[in-house]
Design a binder for this molecule. Structure first.
Ligand code: ATP
Ligand code: MG
Ligand code: MG
Length: 554
């Protein structure tokens, strides 16, 4: 069992509790609805929802929706679905930062009246120039000393739609010489004549992330605002707003390291590019590191939660090996996935000493260690399929599968011997003639050892399936490390191979999203979108989730 290591945030809350400081813990997960959630978000979700659950508190879902042009209802719906799928429920209804636009507007007026905010007309380039650099202080804007009355009037005109996009902004009046650039009169509001998915056309000015986030936390009574390290430098600003506005409470921001995975990109912008350029088939393409892609690929919610536990939460960044994710996945599927026999690359076998039309139904457990999953039935007939890779005409010494004159055990069935190899005119092997030893069902053959065991499927009773063999989308460990090179140059051209396979008949009833271990082959999942059970008139489509072999050293 994978169990959560303790982490510094949990320890911090534990200490606050012991010191009697903390009432109810309230956290939030604040996605911007401008894309689908990815594996990095899972870390934040597991942390925020996990902490709340552990301390008997609440975790809110709040959409951070202050960039209307990039956001959409599609993304909102997908994010909600993914969080629920991962196994978490937010407390209360879904919240939106846009719910607080009226309050934020009032607070902007409050700052103006206190002489702590002003309307500035510098354009973007001037703004950059005035801001200064890490080593040089900024310069005061020429609009910095406008009167309160003038600022109120200008801000009202901004709100009323009197100005085009970008003409003016509202800025906080803090300190243009502050060593922390975030405190150099940051922008509070910008003009965007854009339709908003929640507020429609009510607003043409929108608050900035910084002016929205902490105050939304305060409105919701968030106690612990957990965010990734790139916001560490924003913390003084987060606190400045809380200290300069009549907020109902003062949440505390604590930062932790983002999750980075090798062979993967976890930036919404890059993932969006893969979708927009049709490099993948959509946000939920099984090769995508999005939660919906991972779901389609066959990841279980538990495997992702376990992975987040394994990764832990700390302030030191770093890149996590994707094999750790696969380790958590195999660990769960080994226990939960039913077994099935599937031949990906079929080669016909005719059992010469088996009567035409004779059919025996063999049984096998659905899982070697779980009786509760029952049994499956395996019809055995005169014509079978085995995998081409399990036969060699001229095998090397250590080849224990089928070869001319050699024996192999058909899994859950008899031992067969290959007596004859049939080829077509081009010399390609099209069929093997074999004889079975009727005395070997469930027991070893007399007087000889048969080492190899291979999977098989009845040629007449087996069912066809499309099998999609997925591999990493990127060929190199750090696809986006090289700043001068396009990450798209590192795409793995073999990230998807489609084969026509033959499956044991029990798979005809598989439901979308059922998980299986195809014995000796790997873990597979019935595709959520394209798979339909044969009895419903559909077509079987399985996605390779992960191979059987584990290459992550714990
Ligand atoms: P991206 O850079 O991919 O666009 P983001 O941080 O802009 O991500 P948000 O929707 O704002 O995306 O993220 C919601 C929450 O998830 C934030 O609190 C953010 O810190 C967290 N988060 C995003 N990416 C990661 C990651 N790789 N590891 C941990 N937490 C993350
Ligand atoms: Mg963000
Ligand atoms: Mg972003």
């Amino acid at each position: 069992e994978i169990s959560a290591a303790t982490n510094f945030i949990r320890n911090m809350i534990q200490q606050q509790r012991e010191a009697g400081q903390q009432q109810k813990v309230v956290t939030r997960f604040p996605p911007e609805p401008n894309g689908y959630l990815h594996v990095g978000h899972a870390k934040s979700i597991c942390l925020n929802f996990g902490i709340a659950a552990e301390f008997g508190g609440d975790c809110h879902l709040r959409f951070d929706d202050t960039n209307p042009e990039k956001e959409s209802q599609e993304f909102i719906d997908a994010i909600k679905e993914d969080i629920n799928w991962l196994g978490f429920e937010w407390a209360g209804g879904v919240r939106f930062a846009s719910n607080y636009f009226d309050q934020l507007y009032d607070w902007a007026l409050h700052l103006i009246k206190e002489g702590k905010a002003y309307v500035c007309e510098l354009d973007a380039e001037q703004m950059r120039e005035y801001r200064g650099t890490l080593t040089e202080p900024g310069k005061n804007s020429p609009f910095r000393n406008r009167s309160v009355e003038e600022n109120l009037a200008e801000f009202e005109k901004m709100r009323a739609g009197d100005y085009p996009n970008g003409a003016k902004v509202l800025r906080a009046k803090i300190d243009m010489a502050a060593p922390n650039i975030n405190l150099r009169d940051p922008i509070l509001y910008r003009i965007r004549h854009a339709h908003h998915h929640q507020t429609g056309d009510r607003w043409c000015i929108y608050p900035s992330y910084d002016f929205t986030h902490g105050q939304s936390d305060a409105i919701e009574g968030i106690t612990h605002s957990l965010c990734t390290l790139e916001f560490e430098d924003h913390r003084p600003l987060y606190e400045w707003f809380l200290n300069n506005l009549p907020v109902p409470c003062k949440p505390v921001q604590t930062e932790f390291a983002r999750l980075n995975l090798n062979y993967t990109v976890t930036s919404k912008r890059k993932l969006k590019l893969l979708v927009d350029e049709s490099i993948v088939e959509g946000w939920d393409d099984p090769r995508m590191p999005t939660l919906s892609g991972m779901r389609r690929r066959g990841f279980t919610p538990k495997s992702i939660r376990d992975f987040c536990d394994l990764v832990g939460v700390n302030r030191a960044g770093g890149v996590v090996d994707i094999n750790m994710l696969y380790f958590a996945l195999r660990n769960d599927l080994e226990h939960s996935a039913r077994r099935a026999m599937v031949v990906l690359n079929p080669l016909k076998v005719v059992i010469t000493n088996w009567d035409e039309g004779r059919e025996e139904t063999l049984t096998a457990p659905s899982h070697p260690a779980r009786e509760d999953l029952g049994e499956r039935q395996l019809p055995f007939t005169k014509e079978l399929y085995i995998d081409r890779d399990d036969f060699m005409e001229d095998p090397p010494k250590k080849f224990f599968r089928l070869a001319p004159g050699k024996e192999v055990r058909l899994r859950n069935a008899w031992v067969i011997r290959c007596d004859e190899v049939i080829k077509d005119e081009q010399g390609e092997i099209i069929e093997l003639r074999c004889s079975h030893d009727p005395d070997t069902l469930g027991k070893n053959p007399e007087g000889r050892k048969v080492k190899g065991v291979i999977q098989w499927v009845s040629a007449t009773k087996g069912v066809p399936a499309e099998v999609r063999l997925y591999d990493n989308l990127f060929q190199v460990e750090s696809p986006d490390a090289d700043k001068d090179k396009d990450f798209l140059e590192h795409l793995n051209p073999e990230s998807l191979e489609v084969v026509q396979a033959v499956c044991e008949p029990s798979l005809a009833q598989a439901r979308p999203e059922d998980h299986f271990q195809f014995e000796r082959v790997g873990y597979f999942c019935a595709d959520r979108r394209d798979h339909q059970p044969l009895d419903a008139g559909g077509k079987l489509v399985f996605n390779r989730t992960v191979s059987l072999k584990d290459s992550w050293a714990k």
